[in-house]
Ligand binder design. Structure first.
Ligand code: XUL
Length: 516
């Protein structure tokens, strides 16, 4: 059996798979807020940070790891685990002093992780992906490299506040002594991996690409970017490597304390988005995952490292090899709910009735579906822009606005994923709004691709368990065929008659966006 661990913003989750029977043998979670309230991080981060600063507690993650394994071990025989892999919230960083390597390789199983590893931190807290405090550092690094286009060409993203490079630069500027005392900088993923394996782990390409430091062409740390970020950074970063690399066996601490077998293999840990790509069965180019949540995200495998010429999307490593895109849309459910409330509709009126009643109007009226600032495209909208019939623009027929909002959201995704150059062969929808048949059918029609709904929960931890099995010699695609099944609902087929209508709408949508 194989264990996947996902250290996310709010919780640490374990998923154990048993490929011999094609089942999930065990799942368990520790919630940082509910289970470890003494840390004062009810949502997984330290509340009240000033100037966009959002930090979390690396020692809390370690306490959660001990708690999780003691809970799993209480009802599951951990000696059955042949390999471990994991994932972490992306971009978060952990700063360690020169004692880390010695301490982590000689942990005493009669003590705990938190207490023993506390003296190895050179910075007590960790900036995480929600941090937006590094605008100045982003500008400084971009200027040193010749601008954001060049940064994007090298690293797959323009300089982004939450990415690790600018976060490291900010630490160096705020606390040069703390930075000088730092011998190793890990991501959340590689930090937990290091603790599990009892030795400093490499950072996998999937997560490394979220740092504004990895050169996607060479898959090595970019010398110019390291220099522009902070002095001496090359010595502080672990090497970058492929996720399925076996870095060793589980450390003696976990063998003695939780009953792991001494030859249990450890693969690298990756970011939660790359792990979700695996857990959603989407590592093959052509499969696209759209997650409809507070924000909507679009991610898909890419065989080569193309970058978004507009700098809106990101490129990360695909744990199965090659690359993946991640494109975030801020006006997701926020916009759907804003329109629903504005029109005083309930959910069923919102999707089924409104869409069914307006089917003949497909692609006719246009809405730029942004109720507030958007990141794809990056622009400070404050209200949606409407262009179409009188009944539509006036709101006399609310169904027309519902249709145009949802069409606008999917057209915007289609438009801003074209840079990937990968044809969408199959859409896998997840997240709350994906349960609406009307919304799912609309996605099929706008993308002209069949839509499946996935029943996978904990997709990152499941993906990590599949990576663990792959690192133990199993075939990743075969595992995805077993574990990443769609829910019982039938696949929705696109209506081919709408193909040219949405092709035309796409052009008009783009030109409306150009005028906004
Ligand atoms: C991706 C990102 C988030 C975190 C959440 O760029 O910042 O999705 O990975 O855990």
């Amino acid at each position: 059996m194989h264990l996947g661990l996902d250290s996310s913003t709010q919780s640490l989750t374990a998923v154990i798979i048993d490929p011999a029977s094609g089942t999930i043998a065990h799942q368990q979670s520790v919630n940082f807020g509910a289970d470890l309230p003494a840390w004062g991080c009810p949502s997984g981060f330290i509340p009240g940070g000033a100037g966009g600063e959002v930090h979390s507690q690396p020692l809390m993650w370690l306490e959660a790891l001990d708690l999780l394994l003691s809970r799993v071990g209480a009802s599951f025989d951990l000696s059955k685990i042949r390999s471990i892999a994991g994932s972490g919230q992306q971009h978060g960083s952990v700063y360690l002093n020169a004692s880390f390597e010695t301490v982590v390789s000689s942990l005493d199983p009669t003590g705990d992780l938190r207490t023993q590893l506390a003296p190895t931190l050179s910075r007590s807290t960790s900036p995480i992906w929600m941090d937006t405090s590094t605008g100045a550092e982003c500008a400084e690094i971009a200027a040193a490299i010749g601008g954001n286009d060049e940064v994007c060409r090298r690293t797959g993203s323009i300089m982004i506040e939450r990415f690790t490079g600018p976060q490291i630069r900010r630490f160096y500027k705020l606390d040069p002594e703390g930075y000088a005392a730092t011998a190793r900088i890990h991501l959340v993923s590689s930090f937990i991996a290091s603790v599990i394996a009892g030795t400093s782990a490499p950072i996998d390409y999937g997560d490394a690409a979220g740092m504004n430091l990895l050169n996607l062409e060479s898959l090595e740390w970019d010398a110019g970017l390291m220099e522009a970020t902070a002095p001496g950074l090359a010595e502080k970063l672990p090497p970058a490597a492929a996720a399925t690399t076996v870095q060793g066996t589980v450390s003696a601490y976990f063998v003695a304390k939780y009953g792991f077998r001494p030859d249990c293999r450890c693969a690298l840990f990756t970011g939660d988005n790359p792990a979700s790509l695996v857990g959603m069965g989407a590592t093959r180019p052509g499969n696209v995952v759209i997650s409809l949540g507070t924000s909507d995200t679009f991610f898909a495998a890419m065989p080569t490292a193309k970058t978004d010429p507009n700098g809106f999307g990101h490129v990360f490593g695909n744990p199965a090899g090659g690359f993946m895109s991640l494109i975030c849309f801020r006006n997701g459910s926020l916009a759907r709910e804003a329109l629903r409330d504005r029109l005083a509709l309930d959910w069923s009126a919102f999707d089924r009735e409104a869409l069914a009643a307006t089917r003949g109007e497909a692609g006719r009226n246009l809405m730029l579906p942004f109720f507030g600032p958007e990141i794809t495209p990056r622009k400070d909208f404050d209200a949606p822009l409407l262009e179409g019939s009188e009944a539509f623009e006036s709101g006399a027929d609310p169904g027309l606005q519902v249709r145009a909002l949802l069409e606008g959201q999917f057209l915007n995704m289609r438009l801003h994923s074209m840079w990937m150059g990968v044809k969408t062969e199959r859409l896998r929808l997840t997240g709350g709004a994906s349960k609406n048949d009307g919304i799912a059918q609309l996605a099929a029609d706008v993308f002209q691709a069949p839509v499946e709904r996935l029943e996978v929960s904990n997709s990152a931890a499941l993906g990590a368990a599949l990576i663990a099995a792959a690192a133990d010699g199993m075939d990743l695609e075969a595992l995805q065929d077993i574990y990443c099944r769609s829910s019982g609902e039938a696949t929705l087929r696109p209506d081919p008659a709408l193909g040219s209508i949405y092709q035309d709408a796409l052009g008009r949508f783009e030109s409306l966006l150009g005028r906004a």
